[in-house]
Design a protein around this ligand. Structure first.
Ligand code: DHB
Ligand code: MG
Length: 234
């Protein structure tokens, strides 16, 4: 199996489903303006995020890592009237580009863009004590993913869903000796999730137009905090 074949198959699904419009197509090309690799999610991954938000009946969504706004558009379009997407981006030029794409997609009124360091903005979100999030999508700088997961857990309701992108990194995640900061971050993230009794999670490997990578899906177990200690059970 080769990247060419993965591209062809994603291309086939893109054509057969046909669910992209000019606003999404423009956001999908955001990387070109910044002379970056194509780091956004693919069309089928964007649609998956949209469907997860629908299944979750999400009214409040948090995204960490806006980049060009492509996944933001998919998520925002799953919101009911009155719903809200909060999306955090460290790089001001990315956030400004995303703002244009969100406006063109007709979702700017539903999206609250925050610009700055996520590890500064997330504690502020916790302090403002708004409604908790139903869905969180983490897709930002990879080494800090474990800390983003901590905040996602803090800011979500029981039954909330946390989705994390780029958790396989071409298979490097399975290499304990890999010194790359992103790989180490994703290993630390998995170890944290596995040790966290409040969530149940799995990671699915993916191939496609964005190469070989994967998503983690974590669900915050409802009523976990009300459970008696195991020693209290009859
Ligand atoms: C990178 C970031 C991403 O979110 C992604 O999906 C692929 C690559 C990166 O920073 O290299
Ligand atoms: Mg990503």
């Amino acid at each position: 199996m080769t990247q060419n074949q993965w591209n062809a198959v994603d291309g086939y699904f893109d054509a057969v489903f046909g669910d992209e419009d000019p606003a999404l197509a423009a956001a999908a090309e955001a990387h070109i303006g910044f002379d970056l690799p194509d780091i956004g999610v693919s069309r089928s991954q964007g649609k998956l995020l949209h469907l997860l938000a629908l299944v979750q009946r999400a009214e409040r969504i948090l995204e960490i890592g806006t980049f060009g706004g492509y996944s933001s558009i998919w998520l925002a379009r799953a919101l009911p009237p009155g719903g809200r997407l909060v999306t955090i981006e460290w790089e001001r030029s990315f956030a400004e580009t995303a703002a244009g794409h969100l406006a063109r997609a007709g979702v700017a009124d539903r999206v609250d863009q925050r610009v700055g360091r996520a590890l500064d903005i997330l504690p502020d979100l916790a302090k403002t004590a708004e409604e908790p999030f139903d869905l969180v999508f983490i897709d930002a700088n990879k080494p800090d993913t474990p800390e983003y997961f901590d905040w996602a857990l803090e800011l979500s309701r029981p039954g909330g869903v946390i989705v994390v992108d780029n958790v396989v990194l071409g298979g490097a995640v399975a290499d304990a000796g890999n010194p790359d900061g992103g790989v180490r971050g994703m290993r630390r993230f998995h170890e944290k999730v596995a040790a966290e009794p409040r969530v149940s999670a799995t990671t699915i490997q993916t191939v496609g137009s964005k190469g070989y990578d994967g998503f983690t899906l974590a669900v915050i177990l409802p009523g976990q905090q009300d459970r008696p200690e195991a020693t209290d059970l009859p």
